[in-house]
Unconditional design. Sequence first.
Length: 367
Amino acid sequence: MAATNFTTEQAILKEVARQDRNRRAIRIWLACVLLVLFGLVLVGGATRLTNSGLSITQWQPIHGVIPPLNAQEWQDEFDLYKRIPQFQIMNKDMTVEEFKGIFWWEWAHRLLARTIGVIFGVPLLFFVLTGRVERKLWLPLAGIFLLGGLQGAIGWWMVSSGLEARTDVSQYRLATHLVTACLIFAACMWFMRALSPHSNEPPPTRYSAKLAGLIAFMALFQIYLGALVAGLDAGLSYNTWPLMDGAVVPSDLFIQSPAWINFFENPKTVQFVHRLGAYAIFIVVAINMIVSLRAAPQTTHARRSVVLFVLVLIQAILGISTLLLHVPLDLALAHQGGALVVFGFAIANWRGFYGELPRQTSIVVRD
């Protein structure tokens, strides 16, 4: 009997060690995906800020990997760009050499997007075929992969909005593209955190998990508002703070008709709402920190609340600085990257209240 118990114990320990190794490998893989996704969002931001997003006027998922390789191919690509309104209205004096400058941003953005597909899809297939992914994760991870494919289509849908009647892309489609990227980022962060060890400390209050979820959703909505600001170039006007257009509440917020359209197409209203969103997040995160420190000091939950507040504070400083300095490229990218850091940490913080994903505990011992 003792020998049987010892054998069973050894089998359990071996299985636990195997699950630990598998979960560690999946966490490392998801961390790599998150890193590349972060880079993709930053390159996408640079593509927008340099007005490079319409430089490639065709969607060629396979052939498009190869850039122009000689003078004739560059000229052919440039000729395609000359057909769209952005060139005809804004860049009619552009040379081929200047065109290359905007082409490379968009090409790099698309290449990174394709790279993420490989970085996510190939390891996922390997992990599934070798039994390293628990069955309950198959569908969620496959769903993330499919969402990534949809994101590629959304990207082209966004670009196509600026090829015929506009000199830029639709702010609605830009916001959809960025929010979808954030959802993919959030899903990867959620499962990476779910597969990580958790402390057994109770939440500071019975509302802490719900408040953490609210903060995550507020951060995502603020990113959506920021995308509308970017799509309308709303950050290039009203470059003062804390007043906007000389007032706490500026005039002409509802100058367009119907009134609701101002929230999406009036640059002043969109920027004002983005400011209000920032104030709201700052207040809620500050309250969360104060409550956590009072109710459960010296706990992991309280420390996370402090880190989240500091991240939001830094992001607020970056946002104000970007506005006051008329959206310089480096600060604007730091602000966009900061938004993703805040959102990612908010997701990880939210998931931290639910503990590690339950492990497979059924072990069959055969004679």
